[in-house]
Design a protein around this ligand. Structure first.
Ligand code: CA
Length: 224
């Protein structure tokens, strides 16, 4: 699960980022509305945690623009307890609203609830390439009807390769989409992860689906 925090107060941003990472989320941070919007357009986030008072473009502006172009879940965060603000946020399409200061367990519970709603309402379709199937909603993968156990990173990587099936993805692209921004850019990690993924989804089968384009990157497709 990949989350984006858009929050200009460094202490709150750090606190959120650290706590959410400890709870197993991949977390990116932006400190202005403009940067946040930019990141949200670049990556596909499961949830955006959006502060209202932000420099450059404020939270309302970010919310309106994001809502116009994607169905990503958005949780507004604000110090204002005013009912008008809450109504405005919900009217503009925010999925939830949390007042500062908040207790971390409450934030986690709200996030889990929003992400569950994601699964139920958006019902992501099962992806299929040859006899390989992936169900993003239930976080499961099968090959030839056989269930395949994947780690969270392997699942994210396979999901990406299947979504873009037939398109070549460079190591740099893969890193930016599967690991968070602050990840030390060692492209070797991609090779290692691809190798592990192959051992599970390709090695036991005759028809290989993940292909290496030397010096370019990787592509997942059925070749007959
Ligand atoms: Ca703020």
């Amino acid at each position: 699960m990949r989350l984006l925090i858009i929050e200009d107060e460094p202490r709150t941003a750090d606190y959120l980022q650290q706590g959410l990472r400890e709870n197993g989320y991949v977390v990116d941070c932006a400190y202005t509305g403009t940067d946040g919007l930019h990141l949200a357009r670049q990556h596909s986030y499961d949830l955006v945690i959006l502060d209202v008072n932000l420099p450059e473009l404020d939270g309302w502006g970010v919310l309106q623009r994001l809502r116009a172009e994607s169905s990503t879940r958005i949780m507004m965060l604000t110090a204002h307890g005013r009912l008008a603000d809450r109504v405005k946020g919900l009217d503009l399409g925010a999925d939830d609203y949390l007042l500062k200061p908040f207790e971390f367990p409450e934030l986690l519970a709200r996030i889990r609830s929003l992400l569950r709603r994601n699964d139920q309402h958006l019902q992501p379709d099962t992806l299929k390439v040859a006899d390989l199937e992936l169900d993003p909603g239930r976080h499961r993968a099968w090959r030839g009807g056989q269930r395949i156990d994947l780690t969270a990173k392997e699942f994210t990587l396979l999901h990406l390769l299947m979504r873009q099936s037939g398109e070549v993805l460079s190591r740099t692209q893969i890193i930016s989409l599967v690991w968070d921004m602050n990840f030390d850019c060692d492209t070797n990690v991609v090779e290692v992860s691809i190798r592990r993924l192959r051992a599970k989804i390709d090695d036991p089968f005759d028809n290989k689906l993940i292909h290496t384009l030397r010096g370019v990157g990787y592509v997942l497709e059925a070749r007959t």
